[in-house]
Design a binder for this molecule. Structure first.
Ligand code: ADP
Length: 431
């Protein structure tokens, strides 16, 4: 993360520097060039005045200017040139700036110079004596004037990059250090960025849930174990008759079974809790699974004289077969457990709007409005004393909800006390 912050800061800084430098150079070089041209034009004004006042002005003065000064007569003969020996210069009447100056009075042009072999900027002006006075400056002079600006800009860019690197280092350290030193066991005691508060709150909630879960697990495991221990103790210490022996053994058998179911559920929940990667999804046949679940629970259905109606025709969706089996098993098992003798269960599974819609409705004892929100909590059982006769761990619906969430679905419950309970689940059909 630290390296990423430094890298990103540097990329932004360097890009900003490049854009700023290039645009500044463009503006500066434009201004420089404009200035050179203006100076040349001013020099031209002065030279024309001086020459028109004194015809021998060029013969009598030495011109050591950066610009080249040329005086040409109307036949194109070079009369004076301060840079190139005028005798070696050919006739200049065909030069574009000269032709243009004769036409417009003053003309400026950029072209390649055969005399000095460089790209050159020319300014030509006709004098009152019908001579042409020409000033020229090579492209290199323009370049030279920009060189200093380029050097300064590059130097500034390097300094800014160094400062940015140092600042990025300091900034990333300031950002990372408080995060690295967070005490995850006491997340709310950390004095760190406000932006991290929701995350720390979540970690704290998670910690609380974990410790609550552990406490609940220990407590729930302890009660059947205490019963088992008590009866085992009596059986070991006292000489009991055959009838009581069978009764006590049955209790121990039931409690041990209850323990195994609970441990199974706990292990499943823990496993699902740890599922960080995506669960293994495949094409599954809901009709096949629901029929299997009902036949597995058939002995309970027959025992309680309950009628079960399944409406599910070839519903295919995407999901994890084991988990969907677990989900349906828990819901159907509950609708049997919390039903009344001679009650009924209707299971409806169909596809609506690209969702597998599962509805399980029973004619059982129902759940009050206040309780419906809590039944998905771990170890939550409505009215423990009332439910004493009905075996359960309070983990089934929590597991069901977990599975629904893992499948990207939703679960809802609707119920009326002593009338009915209806669970509705929607799971995306998937691709
Ligand atoms: P349990 O192992 O106790 O059945 P669950 O998590 O499956 O645990 O259910 C939590 C509680 O919700 C149950 O103890 C029961 O009181 C209530 N409950 C669940 N399903 C039904 C239902 N179909 N009808 C009435 N009450 C139900």
């Amino acid at each position: 993360m630290k390296n990423k912050i430094i890298k990103n800061t540097l990329i932004i800084t360097i890009l900003t520097i490049i854009v700023t430098t290039l645009s500044s150079l463009l503006i500066i070089s434009n201004n420089n060039n404009q200035m050179i041209k203006e100076n040349l034009s001013q020099q031209m004004d002065n030279l024309v005045i001086n020459y028109e006042n004194d015809i021998n002005y060029f013969d009598n003065n030495i011109f050591n200017t950066p610009s080249r000064i040329t005086l040409i007569d109307e036949t194109g003969l070079v009369l004076y040139d301060n840079k190139v020996h005028d005798e070696i210069l050919e006739n200049h009447n065909n030069r574009p700036e000269i032709i243009s100056a004769y036409k417009h009075g003053r003309s400026s042009i950029k072209r390649y110079s055969n005399s000095i072999n460089e790209d050159t900027y020319y300014l030509a002006q006709i004098t009152s004596t019908n001579m042409i006075l020409r000033l020229s400056i090579s492209e290199n002079t323009f370049m030279d004037s920009n060189k200093t600006s380029i050097t300064i800009m590059i130097f500034i860019a390097i300094i800014i990059t160094i400062i940015a690197t140092i600042l990025a280092n300091i900034l990333s350290k300031k950002l990372i250090d408080p995060i690295v030193s967070i005490d995850l066991n006491h997340p709310l005691k950390n004095n760190t960025f406000n932006e991290l508060s929701p995350l720390l709150q979540k970690i704290d909630d998670n910690n609380k849930m974990r410790s609550e879960f552990s406490a609940n697990v220990s407590h729930e495991l302890k009660s059947p174990l205490t019963v088992i221990l008590g009866y085992a103790e009596i059986m070991a210490k006292s000489d009991i008759d055959q009838k009581r022996n069978i009764k006590f053994s049955n209790i121990i058998y039931k409690k041990t079974n209850q323990l195994i179911t609970m441990i199974d559920n706990i292990m499943q929940i823990s496993k699902l809790d740890e599922t960080t990667s995506e669960i293994n999804m495949e094409q599954i046949n809901y009709s096949k699974i629901v029929n299997m679940v009902v036949s597995e629970l058939d002995y309970k259905i027959v025992r309680s004289h309950i009628s079960v109606k399944i409406r599910c025709h070839n519903v295919i969706g995407f999901g994890n077969e084991t988990l969907i089996h677990e989900l349906l098993y828990n819901l159907v098992d509950n609708s049997i457990k919390y039903n009344k003798t001679n009650g009924s269960i209707v299971i409806n599974i169909k596809v609506i709007d690209k969702m597998v819609n599962i509805v399980i409705k029973d004619t059982g004892i129902g759940i009050s409005n206040e309780q419906t929100a809590r039944i998905f909590e771990r170890f939550y059982r409505i009215d423990k004393s009332h439910n004493q006769a009905i075996k359960g761990s309070g983990l089934g619906l929590s597991l069901v909800k977990h599975i629904v969430i893992l499948h990207g679905g939703t679960i809802n419950v609707e119920s009326a006390l002593n009338k009915y309970t209806k669970f509705t689940i929607d799971i995306p059909v998937g691709d």
